[in-house]
Ligand binder design. Sequence first.
Ligand code: NAP
Ligand code: HSE
Length: 447
Amino acid sequence: MSQNVTSTQGTGTQGTGTQGSPALRIGLAGLGTVGIGVVKIVQRHADLIAARAGRRIEIVAVAARDAGKSRGADLTGYAWETDPVALARRADIDVFVEVMGGHEGAARLATEAAIASGKDVVTANKALLAHHGHDLALAAEAAGRVIRFEAAVAGGIPVIKALTEGLAANQLRRVMGVMNGTCNYILTRMQSAGLPYATVFEEARQLGYLEADPNLDVGGIDAGHKLSLLAAIAFGARVSFDAVELEGIGAVSIDDIRLAADMGYRIKLLGVAQMTGRGLEQRMTPCLVPADSPLGQLEGGTNMVVLEGDAVGQIVLRGAGAGEGPTASAVMADVIDLARGIRLPTFGQPAASLGRPTAARTATAAPYYLRMTLLDKPGALAKIATCLGEAGVSIDQMRQYGHLGTHAPVLIVTHKATRDDIGHAMSRFAATGVLVGEPVALRIEEV
Ligand code: NAP
Ligand code: HSE
């Protein structure tokens, strides 16, 4: 069934909007940061939204676990459901808004129930879509329903709309960005305050930035979920989160941050997706980017997404990737689209037409930053240079700095090499007998 022509006129009977259209009725599952943000926007901007959407948008019923919790918003006008599945099935809602989180359990069951009972779905849940997005999109299309997820990627930045609508005529070359605000906060704070990772991680925890499971942030998983969703739209491919190369920021040291800065770089948890002759490349890894590039200058918890299309060139989108207001703004943009009758397939084209590209086994070649400590004795550096040469890796710059007794810290920047070549060289380092501790290798991304 075509997903972009179906009418969205709700079957609502509660109140009428502008121009006599029935109000669009929301069932809101989740009353945490995002859910309460949605309640506040709907209440604060009811008239403005009705004028723009052409009909009123009303919250009819809400669900959360704890009915007794004080939530800082007036919920008295809404029916209460403890079971999100029951909310999803209510006959008096048109759109099910899922802002609970988690890729299994209530979020998945309620989303499936909503589609099965003829509701459109708006979600902020990147984990759910990264794991089950293809099946949910197929089910929604078969039922003539729509799933929208602007808030799931880069919070308030309208990047899904930019890709699916604004850049729809482009062959996308590359999609990249900083999509986890917590990681960017940690890395930029380490740099500005000269503090080690563990100290800043604890600060981030105190500030409430970290997810309940911090590994979702610092392990790169949350950002990997988001990248896999952008890649699906950009390259007309089924979501393949399992194929994203993931590396978190836990091993990034203050030494690397300082040395990278000395050389004119910043370290970012950077996501890159591109279609290559070897297949679809998707990675979310700590990388060096030029300090004077837009990505290099991105500070604190802000997100940035860079889109490159063959016709449009490069587009840079920057803004708040999280928080009550920005995320609710994106959720409501999707709801307003539904109220306006704008209905697009989940990933920009019918789910059944999405391809299954091969996952590129290795990343495109790039220069690498290598940091290691060597024994300070004659021939040590030569042995390392030989290992690199034998693995086909050419040295661009090499620097020895700040001798520590009998140890010599060494920094090498290579010419373009593949991760495999770098791995082969590093596997030979140990046998030289001159290496102290573990070497560090970070990709230098061309942005
Ligand atoms: P949150 O503050 O933890 O709120 C989650 C809400 O869901 C709570 O109200 C909770 O109820 C409810 N809930 C959880 N499990 C439930 C269940 N089994 N049955 C009924 N209600 C349940 O989460 P959030 O930060 O708002 O995030 C919500 C979603 O948006 C997640 O998918 C997240 O990844 C995504 N997102 C968040 C942000 C952000 O800035 N926070 C940004 C982008 C995307 P109780 O309150 O009663 O416990
Ligand atoms: N934990 C996420 C972040 C929240 O830090 O960006 C928004 O998805």
